[in-house]
Design a protein around this ligand. Sequence first.
Ligand SMILES: Nc1ncnc2c1ncn2[C@@H]1O[C@H](COP(=O)(O)OP(=O)(O)O)[C@@H](O)[C@H]1O
Ligand SMILES: [Mg+2]
Length: 249
Amino acid sequence: MSEILEIKKLSVAFDNKKILKNINMAIKEKKITAIIGPSGCGKSTFIKCLNRMVDEEKNAVINGEILFERKNIRDIEKEYVRENIGMVFQSPTPFPLSIYDNMAYAPLYYGVKDKKKLKSIVEEKLKLTNLYEEVKDNLNMKATKLSGGQQQRLCIARTLTVEPKIILLDEPCSALDIKNTENIENMLKKLSDKYTIVIVTHNLSQAKRIAGYTAFILNGEIVEYKETDDLFNNPDDLRTKQYIEGVFG
Ligand SMILES: Nc1ncnc2c1ncn2[C@@H]1O[C@H](COP(=O)(O)OP(=O)(O)O)[C@@H](O)[C@H]1O
Ligand SMILES: [Mg+2]
């Protein structure tokens, strides 16, 4: 099975404070990988390294390398990285535009001019994210008027409009109720047929429900990384065992 991302000896420091330490990890293509660990352990920093967002931080020093399809992401154009590795944040971030314009934004930017083609991209991705039926009669409504769960599905759909290979999600369900969370989990499982998904979650049951692989990060280090069932049923490290048993949060 192929590995779409390889992270080698990755370290990150902010203002000389070490946040990520010697991370080595390979991420499997078209699988869901969950990143778990207590608040402040470096989960967001880690996934923001994967699409070069941490590069933008003036106080960050990054060492090591990340290979995307065997090429160092720092040797690839940033636009290409961002196009292929999309990101969805904890709070939904729709643009203050209509639902349709949110969806058409990136394809227009990348030069899709044909109205029919644009419409078909919009519809296809809204269907993939289980949103189409709910919004098809209101595509001109402001996206910010949607419910939280709908906004988050719209943000995932919007990410898909540029056909990324990888989708990074940073605690995408933390502000959502059970029903919306379930909806997004089912959608992500479906999307993993076609896309590689890396999801940060503080919800251990969520990792168990959807992820093929799980990495446990503690104080900026990967303590354990393996198949999800194995990690939860058979942890090698005492710290993993204690974390999943809720000894510390
Ligand atoms: N841009 C930054 N500048 C300085 N410190 C930062 C920055 N981003 C994150 N940190 C620090 O790095 C640590 C890890 O943060 P983060 O990656 O957000 O953890 P998590 O997502 O696991 O809660 C925290 O102590 C946080 O304050
Ligand atoms: Mg975080």
